[in-house]
Design a binder for this molecule. Structure first.
Ligand code: ADP
Ligand code: MG
Length: 342
């Protein structure tokens, strides 16, 4: 009798996480939220702590031929801080673990940590520990971030309700377009090492890919404006994929409008130059690390004038499905493509 073998690709990343979660039984009443959101939530006296971890693997998440080590260190912290912000919590501490080969010098590690320290400064977090080990292949960086919030201020993916307004911060699609430019210039360089890439006109998109900034600023502003999003997550896998997560966790549908989707001019122009559809980049591009959240209609007036929050649509009943209304008025069903790791 042959043993059953199921390919990971049959489940996909999210199917695999659901599969692993099936066997988890929460034993402690202090575990407020376990697997399934941007961060776990743990009771801690008057406050709750949120905890999240992300792994960056050379050759999968970054390519050292174009990612400068300080940027990489910054990004490793930013992507974790982003998941803390996605719970409407304020980041406070991080741990950093690295696996490296003898290909790296002390100077290279110092360059990586230059970025880690810059991010700690930028986000006001303390580096409190980690682990260091050897790697037989590439560089691996794992960061865990801890944040805090009042329990009633935490925003889960599951709180969106019918008629809530869907909001996104900043602009979308830039990180994907930036990655395409970096990959293109790498090919040009490999074919002709004499050629120095001229990336001058692509600094916004390449910068977003190499050194994204988590929107902790928005978390502080929401507090000042006394708005608690009914649901929230960060956009790491692409807007379409994240809308699916919010709709699934909240048991709702959503309608968004193409003409409301925020895209930077450089992202738009570069997408066109690369023969990519700019709206596809906005919907399915990953790694922008902006925030997607929903607010109750009563809070709209408080955020209406904010220059960096865009109102892209609204929440509907689950049976109404998930739709993008194009500029011509056609409703197109949203497909959650996102990034496939397996
Ligand atoms: P994000 O994109 O916000 O970082 P992920 O999609 O990586 O979130 O993870 C979704 C949820 O699944 C989180 O609650 C995360 O902690 C959990 N998770 C991911 N991988 C594992 C794993 N190997 N074991 C247990 N939980 C996991
Ligand atoms: Mg997230």
């Amino acid at each position: 009798m042959s043993e059953k073998r199921t390919e990971i690709s049959d489940l996909g990343e999210f199917g695999l996480i659901d599969h692993l979660n099936e066997k988890v039984i929460i034993k402690n009443s202090s575990t407020v939220k376990g697997i399934g959101d941007d961060a776990a939530v743990i009771e801690a006296g008057e406050l709750v702590k949120v905890v999240t971890t992300d792994l960056l693997v050379e050759g999968v998440h970054f390519d050292l031929s174009y990612a400068p080590l300080p940027h990489l260190g910054f990004k490793a912290v930013a992507v974790n801080v982003s998941d803390v912000a996605a719970m409407n919590a304020v980041p406070k501490q991080i741990t950093v673990s690295i696996a490296l080969s003898n290909r790296f010098s002390v100077e290279a590690i110092d360059a990586l940590y230059e970025g880690i320290h810059a991010a700690c400064e930028h986000y006001g977090v303390d580096l409190i520990g980690g682990d260091t080990t050897a790697s037989r292949s590439g560089l691996v960086i794992s960061v865990t971030a801890i944040g805090e919030s009042k329990p009633e201020q935490v925003s889960y993916r599951s709180g969106a309700k019918e008629n809530d307004i869907l909001c996104v911060t900043g602009d979308l699609g830039a990180a994907l377009v930036g990655l395409q430019i970096l990959e293109r210039e790498k090919e040009v360089f490999l074919a002709n090492p004499e050629m120095k890439p001229d990336l001058g006109k692509y600094t916004i998109v390449t910068g977003r890919q190499l050194k994204p900034d988590a929107r902790v600023d928005i978390i502080h502003e929401l507090r000042e404006m006394e708005v608690v999003p009914t649901s929230m997550m960060d956009i790491s896998d692409g807007l379409a994929s994240e809308i699916f997560h919010i709709c699934k966790a909240s048991g709702v549908g959503a309608t968004i409008y193409e003409d409301k989707l925020p895209i930077d001019k450089q992202t738009f122009d570069t997408a066109v130059e690369l023969n990519l559809d700019p709206i596809t980049c906005v919907m399915n591009g990953g790694e922008d690390y902006e925030l997607l959240f929903t607010i109750d209609q009563k809070d709209f007036a408080k955020l209406e004038k904010h220059p960096d929050i865009h109102f892209i649509g609204h929440i509907t009943k689950s049976e109404e499905g998930k739709f993008l209304v194009t500029k011509s008025g056609t409703a197109v069903q949203i497909k959650a493509q996102g990034w496939k790791h397996f």
